[in-house]
Design a protein around this ligand. Structure first.
Ligand SMILES: NC(=O)c1ccc[n+]([C@@H]2O[C@H](COP(=O)([O-])OP(=O)(O)OC[C@H]3O[C@@H](n4cnc5c(N)ncnc54)[C@H](OP(=O)(O)O)[C@@H]3O)[C@@H](O)[C@H]2O)c1
Length: 190
């Protein structure tokens, strides 16, 4: 075997997720679904999360048609009770073993800052920021006792720079970085 082949083989084995369980919010379509596919192709058992049951069922069928392990659980991450029910179902499904959480569920509304309504602000903040935090909280309750867990909060360019006409979205995406940094210190330090 050529040295380059050996290197390639050993590099790929580092990405093996066989036996790992993963929850991907926003995993029913878009970027979340692409990330969930990556995890499933690496061997993980994935739970796709979104509000639309129909979209979830289509995504789960697509994963399974490729021989990948996927379940779909409908939940609304802007509603803390719905998040708690989601993780209760995940805990039942995998006997409390959750290894990976990707918080990809997100929404955006573009308009001049002078025109946002309170309802639009609340919808964006509740989905992107509150949803991310409370999914981390529920995942943390499963991960901390097992001393293992990986959480990815999906940010955006607006996590670093200002972009016009998306002020509430930008606030959430800077916020999810703050959540990630805080939990890294709080939960990642022995
Ligand atoms: N697309 C981009 O260019 C881009 C760039 C940077 C960052 N991002 C971030 O990447 C993530 C995915 O973006 P995307 O463009 O792929 O989005 P998308 O195609 O609109 O998909 C959004 C996903 O989130 C789910 N979702 C939305 N609200 C939800 C809620 N309240 N509860 C549960 N699930 C919910 C949707 O399912 P349901 O509608 O069925 O609930 C769907 O699965 C977001 O966090 C976004 O901010 C996107």
């Amino acid at each position: 075997m050529e040295r380059t082949d050996r290197v390639k083989q050993s590099d790929l084995s580092r990405f093996d997720l066989s036996g790992r369980t993963a929850v991907v919010t926003g995993g029913s379509r878009g970027l979340g679904k692409a990330m969930a596919l990556g995890l499933a192709r690496a061997g993980a058992d994935v739970v796709l999360v979104g509000r639309s049951r129909e979209t979830l069922e289509a995504a789960v069928a697509e994963f399974r048609s490729q021989g990948l392990s996927a379940e779909g659980i409908p939940a609304d991450v802007s509603d803390v009770n719905s998040i708690r029910e989601l993780f209760r179902q995940v805990a039942n499904l995998y006997e409390g073993k959750l290894d990976i959480l990707i918080n990809a569920a997100g929404i955006n509304i573009r308009k001049p800052a002078t025109e946002y309504t309170e309802a639009e602000w609340d919808a964006i903040l509740n989905t992107n920021l509150k949803g991310t935090f409370f999914c981390c909280q529920e995942a943390g309750k499963l991960m901390i006792p097992r001393k293992y867990g990986r959480i990815i909060n999906v940010g955006s360019l607006t996590s670093s720079i200002g972009i016009a006409t998306i002020a509430p979205y930008g606030a959430t995406k800077m916020g999810v970085v703050a959540i990630a940094k805080t939990l890294a210190v709080e939960w990642g330090t022995p």
